[in-house]
Design a binder for this molecule. Structure first.
Ligand code: WTA
Length: 664
């Protein structure tokens, strides 16, 4: 692993430049600070002095059936346990306790469908539906500990499904709706899901995708999978297999309206979420109940300065990624927030739909990915200008570095220069936000996620010595356990240790990102150091894409890299060698892209395919992706002497310049 690859991208240079010049700094606006939940910088020292007491006091904000005996059990690192001995239930914390506190009439979700349909769902209504589905799942044979797959679009039923699972202690395994049915199958197989909740069809910019039919094509032959529950959402006709498939609405109608929330151990698995790693096999990140809920609840409140009685909060991610799990479902509901949930894309039915929704619901907090901001910059300021955005008081970003230009546009055009911006760094593995400004305290610098939250300890280590760096670039690590950390990789504990804790030992979590620490100790996250690429904030493994490409019958070999991209942060470039003397043409390109869409999902399709007779390999046959990245980014080539055939690089360089000339 090397910290070098992604550091030279122009976004990174952009941010490095901003840091070097230390151009503009943005202190919290005084009127914001005055009202902020956290405004005294002493919270950092307080948490640093006694992190366990800090987290325990956050855990106190939750409802526990039984209080914990031990805050942190750390006798077997890196297998940490939090709030040991305590019992609680996530669905109870997100629903029942609010209804019991008399705020059941508050709107939990303002759901808006692609065609303009609206459903305002209160906490009391959400609870009633969750109880019914939880009873129905039990009636279908689901018991505590059984894994339930969820493959649903952005409809309220996805939230109901997740909470119904957590109510009965059945860990959910949600798969993002943009993944293909094959990817769902793989994730169901790995997690041995017993039941899958899916949908007849999903809205896709005015069209309907036949989801259930696609699922049927691939879902046979999984012995563990006994049932498929189908939400009738779009009325898309679909085949129902007797004995296996049931309609959501029908099982709900027959279900018992009561279903008490099961008291679960703090360390009971809440969910598995597959994410991409260095190899083609996705990693099943396992989160448990007490620590995770403590982490997402506290961070959602403090980072977004949430005032649940007044705020309307909108996290514009998809529920199928960790951002959706933590900041659409568990964090906001645990805090009794009112949220907006939008079914569709940011550019359908028109490019101003986000701003229309902000005006319509009076959104005060918006949380989205820098890619979306860059798309809006491209579409032009006339779209937001048509709407009253004065309800906004705080803006957030997540998922990828934000270049200062996009940051400043967000600040001026969307935030009207009055809203603090929280650039939140975290990962599927961390469960909750780790590095971010606190909006009432931290002075921000565009492009920097600033500093770790109170109770979180991050350092930048020198790559070879492992020594902490006070100013400069190296490997980002987290040096103490935190409550919402992943507990293991599902069914792969050795891989868990090896991936995150082998390099610096069981006390030091290796993040997988390179970062720079500036002279004010601000952190600038640069990008991945492993073979993971980040396309529009979506995390993908190059190995996974490669293995999809070689599934195409004409392909002999493929190497995939992430290349800097103005719009999507990174774009996928594939170097492909075809079988025998086959010649690649437009048809082959389309065929390869279709294969990737089928195996993983459309979002993983390579943007560029470059034919190459050979790939740069070491004498032992290992593909040197570093060299491919160098030529794709137009950098001087590093050492090529270890290559089996150095001439390969010349040919490739030639091809790339040809391609660039064509594209220009
Ligand atoms: C990247 C998404 C820079 C990073 C919540 C990380 C970021 C990976 C930021 C995790 C940010 C996320 N600035 N980079 N604010 N947030 N990343 O698991 O490379 O989908 O390791 O979690 O996204 O992606 P994941």
């Amino acid at each position: 692993m090397s910290t070098e690859p992604d550091t030279q991208t122009s976004d990174a240079l952009d941010s490095e430049l901003a840091a070097l010049l230390d151009v503009e700094r943005f202190p919290p606006p005084p009127e914001f600070r005055e009202q902020a939940l956290l405004k005294d910088p002493a919270v950092y020292e307080q948490a640093a002095r006694d992190p366990l007491a800090w987290w325990a006091s956050e855990a106190e904000q939750l409802h526990w059936f039984r209080r914990w005996d031990t805050v942190l059990e750390d006798s077997n690192p890196p297998f940490y346990e939090w709030f040991v001995g305590g019992t609680l239930n996530a669905s109870y914390n997100c629903l029942d306790r609010h209804v019991e506190a008399g705020i059941g009439g508050r709107i939990a979700l303002h759901w808006r469908g692609e065609d303009g349909e609206e459903r305002d769902i209160t906490y009391a209504q959400l609870l009633a539906e969750v109880k019914r589905l939880a009873s129905a799942l039990k009636a279908q044979g689901i018991a505590k500990g059984d894994v339930v797959g969820i493959y649903l679009p952005m409809i309220p039923e996805v939230v109901v499904s997740m909470l119904a699972c957590s109510r009965i202690g059945a860990p959910h395994n949600v798969v993002f709706g943009g993944f293909s049915a094959e990817a769902v199958r793989e994730r169901m197989e790995f997690s041995q899901a017993k039941l899958l909740i899916t949908v007849d069809g999903a809205a896709r910019k005015g069209k309907t995708a036949p989801v259930k039919d696609r699922v049927d094509e691939v879902m046979g032959g999984l012995p563990a999978l006994e049932k498929i529950v189908v939400v009738r959402s779009k009325g898309t006709p679909c085949q129902m297999q007797p004995g296996r498939d049931v309609y959501y609405e029908e099982i709900l109608a027959e279900a018992d309206a009561e279903c008490p929330a099961e008291p679960l151990d703090a360390e009971h698995p809440l969910y598995i979420l597959y994410t991409s790693g260095s190899t083609a096999k996705p990693k099943g990140i396992l989160h448990t109940t007490g620590g995770y809920l403590t982490g997402v609840c506290a961070t959602h409140r403090y980072v977004f300065d949430l005032k649940p009685e007044r705020d309307v909060y909108w996290c514009a991610a998809d529920v199928g990624w960790v951002t959706g799990h933590s900041y659409i479902v568990y964090g906001p509901l645990c805090n009794a927030a009112t949220s907006v949930m939008w079914e569709g894309a940011p550019d359908y039915p028109h490019k101003g739909i986000w701003w229309e929704l902000i005006e319509r619901y009076g959104v005060s907090i918006l949380y989205c990915a820098p890619t979306a901001i860059r798309a809006c910059i491209k579409w032009g300021p006339q779209w937001p200008a048509k709407h009253d955005l004065s309800s906004l008081r705080l803006l957030g970003t997540v998922g990828e570095p934000i270049n200062p230009k996009a940051w400043l546009w967000y600040h001026r055009v969307i935030g009207g220069e009055r809203c603090p911006i929280v650039d939140t760094w975290w990962q599927t593995e961390t469960g909750a936000i780790m590095i971010t400004p606190l909006p009432g305290i931290t002075e921000t610098k565009p492009g920097s996620a600033t500093r770790p939250l109170p109770g979180v300890f991050a350092e930048v280590l020198e790559e070879s010595s492992g020594e902490p760096i006070t100013e400069g670039q190296g490997l980002l690590v987290l040096t103490r356990p935190w409550p919402s950390m992943l507990r293991t990789l599902y069914k792969e504990p050795e891989r868990f240790v090896e991936t995150y804790f082998e390099r610096f030992g069981p006390q030091t979590y290796l993040v997988g990102d390179a970062a720079r620490r500036d002279r004010d100790a601000y952190l600038w996250v640069i990008g991945r150091i492993d073979d993971v690429v980040n396309v529009s904030g979506h995390r993908l493994s190059t190995a996974e894409v490669e293995s999809a490409i070689v599934a195409h019958p004409d392909v002999a070999e493929a190497a995939v890299i992430g290349q800097h991209d103005e719009d999507t942060g990174q774009a996928i470039v594939a170097f492909v060698t075809l079988q025998g003397d086959l010649e690649g043409d437009e048809g082959t390109i389309e065929g390869i892209r279709a294969t990737v869409a089928e195996r993983i999902g459309k979002f993983a399709r390579p943007k560029r395919i470059i034919w190459s007779e050979d790939l740069p390999k070491t004498r032992s046959g290992k593909i040197m992706r570093r060299l491919l990245r160098d030529i794709a980014e137009g950098r001087a080539l590093g050492d090529v002497t270890t290559l089996r055939d150095p001439a390969v690089m010349e040919q490739l360089q030639h091809k790339i310049s040809e391609r660039q000339a064509e594209e220009d």
